[in-house]
Design a binder for this molecule. Structure first.
Ligand code: NAD
Length: 294
């Protein structure tokens, strides 16, 4: 039976640590960290994610502000707002909720965010720093996954890792982070031949595809650590259900550690967003960021 890597519990602990740091900051009269969130369109999942992130931020004492635009907003309007937020001393972090509706180009809009306020770690300059092994702001979901993998409490050097999914948001940055930890990393994707064969070699298997039920028990090496990043909303008679990429009931008896969905990677993503905002705040005020996360 596998250890359950309980993201909800671990994230709550991280958030409590951030809150504690904020109490110390409060005494110095510098004002609280402020996160600006830009939301375009009415994507139901994005509305939920934004509300969760703002709620978590406000619960620990951050200020948040939301800039909401219709899906037909012109890119010039977004670029102007980002410029204003970049120039504001009051704002420490800027989050552009993805995906953006077409024809907006997320690369173009993300590139306008100051790399010093890019708390999602998706600006090309922050991605480049991660690539060369000198990370500044790294993407929150991969940071959360790495934290969960480290709680598995095994030496990471030399471990075979398979990351299924090669997105800029999750798969690629996580593969780089694990490479930096001394793992041997394979990135698999939709075009990979014989995916099951690759997955079976993995000491650490990460599924970040959005394909529910892709990873079966027969694809998992006994004793592996399995991280399920996928979240798909499935309609049920009772409403809807969130499901991952991994068939939990088949994989759990084979793996030595596994994340649940929900309550695994999702809460860790939010905790690392808050951690990045705090880091941006500390850097803006020449305080040394507390290394309580990664
Ligand atoms: P994406 O669509 O950008 O990328 C998906 C990747 O998976 C692609 O590289 C694709 O080639 C690969 N893929 C898809 N189906 C596959 C299959 N059948 N076999 C092999 N490879 C396949 O998605 P993303 O933004 O990386 O997100 C992936 C999943 O993770 C989604 O379910 C998303 O909702 C979830 N997600 C969760 C969190 C969180 O905090 N828990 C954060 C971000 C994304």
């Amino acid at each position: 039976m596998a250890i359950l890597l309980n993201g909800k519990k671990i994230a709550a602990k991280l958030q409590a640590q951030i809150k504690e740091t904020l109490q110390e900051i409060k005494l110095s009269n510098l004002g609280m960290p402020r996160l600006a969130v830009i939301l375009v369109g009415e994507n139901p999942a994005s509305l939920i994610y934004v509300s969760r992130k703002r709620k978590a931020a406000e619960e620990i004492g951050f200020f948040t502000e939301l800039y909401q635009y219709p899906s037909h907003v012109l890119k010039e309007v977004l670029l102007e707002k980002i410029q204003e937020l970049n120039n504001s001393d009051q704002v420490h972090g800027i989050l552009l909720q993805l995906p953006l509706p077409l024809p907006l180009d997320s690369f173009e809009i993300l590139s306008a965010i100051s790399p010093l306020k890019d708390v999602d770690g998706l600006h090309f300059s922050n991605m480049g720093k991660l690539m060369i092994g000198r990370p500044h702001f790294s993407p929150c979901t991969p940071l959360g996954c790495l934290h969960l993998i480290k709680t598995w409490n095994q030496e990471l050097h030399g471990k075979n890792v398979v990351v299924v999914g090669r997105s800029i948001l999750v798969g690629r940055p996580l593969a780089l982070m694990l490479l930096e930890e001394g793992c041997t990393v394979t990135i698999a994707h939709r075009q990979t031949d014989d995916l099951a064969h690759h997955c079976l070699q993995a000491d650490i298997l990460i599924a970040a595809t959005g394909s529910p039920g892709l990873i079966r028990g027969s694809w998992v090496k006994p004793g592996a650590c399995v991280i399920d990043v996928g979240i798909t909303r499935i309609e049920t008679k009772q409403g809807y259900q969130l499901v991952g990429d991994v068939v939990f009931k088949e994989v759990e008896p084979i793996a030595s550690a596994i994340t649940p969905v929900p309550g695994g990677v999702g809460p860790m993503t939010v905790a690392y967003l808050l951690s990045n905002v705090l880091k941006a705040y500390c850097l803006a005020h020449n305080l040394s960021p507390r290394p309580f996360c990664l």
